[in-house]
Design a protein around this ligand. Structure first.
Ligand SMILES: CC(C)(COP(=O)(O)OP(=O)(O)OC[C@H]1O[C@@H](n2cnc3c(N)ncnc32)[C@H](O)[C@@H]1OP(=O)(O)O)[C@@H](O)C(=O)NCCC(=O)NCCS
Length: 158
């Protein structure tokens, strides 16, 4: 089992969160954002919402993050990413478990997310955690390549 720890994010993590987010955006595959990512601006956004973030750290490096944004309607929207070199070692599953517990603690009644329809690893991860598919947005996201990508909406009652 790989050695990593999951903990609540702290204000000092904001820049590393932005750098991880930018690296995953550079893959142009799993998350909606594509380059360029303004690291300083993104770090400020993470810092402002740090209470909703959980991180995975290994050897002093931030290797994964998940964020829940509580809406005023009682549900939370989640987004996550794991460093490419750390995928497939249980980091995503551990982050998801932690954010479900955080969301319950915040009194949210449901978690919701949107995932690209081709993202089989993420969809499998969410299904294993109990999320079910609630709908599909067709040709919703225009990519820098010009392609139009579908997303799946998934939800988990807490
Ligand atoms: C999705 C993501 C967060 C998963 O993180 P992770 O740390 O690799 O997750 P885990 O190791 O806990 O679990 C991954 C699981 O997916 C499985 N998997 C990998 N590729 C797969 C595929 N093509 N089809 C189905 N399952 C797949 C792995 O086998 C593993 O399952 P297991 O635990 O039964 O072995 C990570 O791949 C990632 O950051 N991707 C890029 C960003 C992204 O897509 N974010 C989600 C946006 S909605």
């Amino acid at each position: 089992m790989a050695e990593f720890a999951v903990r609540a994010a702290a204000a000092g993590d904001a820049r590393a969160l932005a750098e991880l987010f930018a690296a995953v955006a550079g893959e142009r595959d799993g998350i909606a954002t594509e380059p360029p990512v303004d690291i300083a601006e993104r770090a400020a956004q993470f810092a402002a919402t740090i209470a909703g973030s959980v991180v995975a750290v290994a050897g002093g490096q931030l290797v994964g993050m998940i964020h829940v944004e509580a809406t005023r309607h009682g549900f939370g929207e989640i987004g996550m990413c794991v460093d490419r070199d750390w995928r497939g070692r249980g980091v995503g599953s551990a982050l998801l478990r932690a954010v479900i517990s955080l969301a319950r603690g915040q009194g949210l009644h449901k978690l919701s997310l949107e995932v690209f329809a081709h993202n089989a690893a993420a969809i499998a991860l969410y299904r294993r955690a109990g999320f079910t598919e609630e709908g599909r947005r067709v040709r919703q996201y225009r990519r820098s390549s010009g392609e139009l990508w579908d997303t799946i909406i998934m939800g988990l009652a807490l």
